[in-house]
Design a protein around this ligand. Structure first.
Ligand SMILES: Nc1ncnc2c1ncn2[C@@H]1O[C@H](COP(=O)(O)OP(=O)(O)OP(=O)(O)O)[C@@H](O)[C@H]1O
Length: 634
């Protein structure tokens, strides 16, 4: 006997979050004639079993020798069985035993499998190893032998046997849920929820549970059919209770009289066949209904990329500024991040030091793979578990972040330190309305009531330039554009009034005109709220437009750090010069004064960046808008 396992089809719909909500799934289900027929049949069978006392006055256990193998009559509409019991009464009451037994087995399997799968998939580590081992062990056990032993040991207690069967089915549920959770925990919107400071319990409840609901329901429907088959099989073998009517025991009796009254097989056989088929087909219909709303695979933004050959060569000496300042918001010193690989340890961030002051925008620049995002994630405490992180200091407003526990770090993230990601769409959970996603961190961090949080969120949506905040508040992520989604995320990032904002290539996924608008927005919000900002970018145009200081990274190490104007006017490190030169490669040669304007406009590709009129910033003589605190790179 093979217990149900998590098949690929079922796992594939795991992240298939109901974009249009449960109502959409139900509508689709009700449009499927097979599903409707199955639901109707199952409802009919359940109701008939439930109201058996109203449908027959016969006692299913009472036997009368005079009615043995009685033909159909007014007294026995479906005749009598071998020992003179009423077949209709046994069919109706037998449905209770079969359905309840199967429900019990599925409930036990779900109660064990779902929490274990959630914890193993979300937290991994030792619990995952142990529970996977136990699950493999249980799957290797021949279930029918175990059930025969249980039945003979506990005296033919059907429900106990079904509870044991539930335990034996739980590995199937465990594996399915674990696979679903693993597939969704790396989603960017789950990271975004972590960044916004939500606790693990909340993330699991809000973002993971909705994803595992669907496969659990599908698996549950299929397991119900299997539970009925197993339970009837045991009863057919004569292992059930002698006093309890069931479809399996009816088959057992019919089998003994197969030559004298073969039609006795028909009723329990039909009931079993219809019920099991209906559960199976309903499971398939549910899967199809959910498939129709599948959100197809999104690209994780921080999967490992391969380092270029020669990337391990030592960086030239760092030309850096003094690290500590009185108004330092964040002081990072000697950050090293490495990963274990088959070839040994791979260091991706190598001794990075930087300082961000209050109200200052620090650009973190370097080509792809230079370790910018890894540095940002290290500050946010969001590196993958396998990352080995070491720092001399990572002090945020006097608090050493490295020493904070998980809960304390959660309080910092989203509240004091916020994050704007690269791919706005992937960072919004497709199954929740925008408003719900924005309101939750605000309520948690600022302790506002639902109504206050809603008002604040609507105000923020308006502030970030969304003309119809009410509509966006009510929309699902797929109903808004990428640029709008980035505005939403920026609104979310500043909603708890953070001191430090980390923006990782916030405009990369947007088209050129939207890039310029989003940069404008970030600049004005930053100056309005006097936030410290770390702006991760590979784009010197963005640096020129937004940043006060810039730190250049190459193959995991800082090679140069300077005020923007100084860096543009007199880059010290050959790598910085090379980056600047490659940015200017396609540009017309200009005089020294207009050089930086060219950088801004051509590199950002941002029409209007150089000449943008920004109420919060000033435009310098080179046409480069800076936030008013520092001279532009003229
Ligand atoms: N989980 C991981 N395991 C091993 N190496 C990793 C992992 N994540 C990232 N890396 C490596 O770390 C290096 C730095 O990556 P990072 O994402 O910080 O680069 P980046 O400068 O932000 O580049 P990009 O602009 O392309 O995002 C890359 O070589 C990448 O392959």
């Amino acid at each position: 006997m093979k217990l149900p396992e998590s098949d690929d089809t079922t796992v594939a719909v795991a992240p298939a979050v109901a974009v249009q909500g449960r109502a959409g799934i139900l509508r689709r289900l009700l449009r499927n004639p097979v599903a409707v027929t199955c639901l109707a049949l199952l409802a009919l069978i359940s109701l008939a079993s439930l109201f058996a006392p109203l449908l027959t006055s016969q006692d299913p256990a009472r036997s009368s020798l005079t009615d043995s193998l009685a033909p159909m009559s007014g007294k026995h509409p479906l005749g009598g069985d071998g020992v003179g019991r009423d077949v209709l009464a046994r069919l109706l009451y037998g449905g209770r035993t079969s359905l309840l037994g199967a429900l019990l087995a599925v409930a036990v399997a779900v109660v064990i499998g779902v929490p274990a799968g959630l914890v193993a998939g979300y937290y991994r580590k030792w619990f995952d190893a142990v529970s996977s081992w136990v699950s493999n062990l249980l799957m290797a056990v021949p279930a029918i032998i175990v059930l025969l032993v249980v039945m003979s040991a506990v005296g033919q207690n059907t429900y106990l046997a079904m509870a044991v069967f539930g335990v034996l089915m739980s590995p199937g549920v465990f594996r399915l849920i674990r696979a679903s959770v693993i597939s969704v925990r790396e989603e960017l919107y789950v990271d975004a929820a972590r960044v916004s400071g939500l606790t693990d319990a909340r993330i699991i409840r809000r973002h993971i549970l909705p994803v595992v609901q669907a496969p659990t329901i599908i698996q549950g429907a299929q397991m119900l059919g299997l539970g009925i088959v197993i339970q009837s099989g045991l009863e057919f073998l004569g292992l059930g209770s002698a006093t309890q009517a069931s479809w399996g025991s009816m088959l057992n009796d019919a089998f003994g009289n197969i030559y004298t009254k073969p039609e006795l097989m028909v009723w329990p056989g039909l009931a079993l066949a219809v019920t099991v088929a209906a559960f199976g087909l309903l499971g398939n219909a549910l899967r199809d209904a959910l498939d129709g709303t599948a959100v197809t695979g999104r690209k994780p933004s921080r999967g490992a990329t391969t380092r270029k050959p020669g990337a391990d060569k030592k960086a030239p000496p760092v030309i850096s500024e003094a690290q500590d300042a009185d108004d330092a918001l964040l002081v990072l010193e000697g950050l090293t991040v490495s990963y274990p690989t088959a070839q040994g340890e791979k260091t991706v961030v190598d001794g990075v030091s930087l300082t961000v002051r209050r109200g200052e925008v620090l650009g973190l620049v370097g080509e792809s793979g230079s370790g910018k995002s890894q540095t940002a994630f290290a500050i946010l405490g969001l590196l993958p578990r396998e990352a080995q992180v070491a720092t001399t200091r990572m002090v945020f407003e006097g608090t050493e972040l490295g020493r904070l526990g998980r809960a304390a770090m959660n309080r910092y993230r989203g509240h004091r330190i916020a994050y704007v990601p690269q791919e706005p769409m992937s960072n919004l959970d497709p199954s929740f309305r925008i408003g719900a996603q924005l309101v939750e961190p605000v309520r948690r961090h600022l302790g506002l009531s639902a109504a206050e949080a809603r008002t604040k969120t609507l105000g923020l949506l308006e502030r970030v330039g969304i003309s119809d905040p009410e509509r966006v508040f009510r929309s699902y992520p797929h109903q808004i554009s990428g640029g709008m989604a980035q505005r939403v995320l920026i609104a979310g990032a500043v909603s708890c009034e953070p001191d430090l904002l980390i923006a990782d290539e916030p405009t990369t996924a947007l088209d050129v005109t939207v890039q310029a608008e989003v940069l404008d927005l970030m600049r004005s919000l930053q100056s309005e709220r006097n936030m410290g900002v770390i702006l991760v970018t590979h784009d010197f145009g963005v640096v020129a437009d937004l940043c006060d200081r810039v730190t250049v990274m190459q193959t995991g190490a800082v090679v140069e750090s300077a005020p923007v104007a100084q860096l543009f006017a007199d880059p010290q490190h050959p790598y910085t010069r090379m980056l600047l030169a490659s940015t200017l490669e396609d540009a017309e040669p200009r005089s020294a004064l207009s050089l930086s304007r060219t950088v801004s406009a051509s590199a950002a590709g941002a029409v209007g960046i150089a000449g943008t009129t920004d109420p919060a910033g000033v435009t310098n003589s080179a046409g480069i808008t800076n936030t008013g605190r520092q001279e532009g790179p003229a």
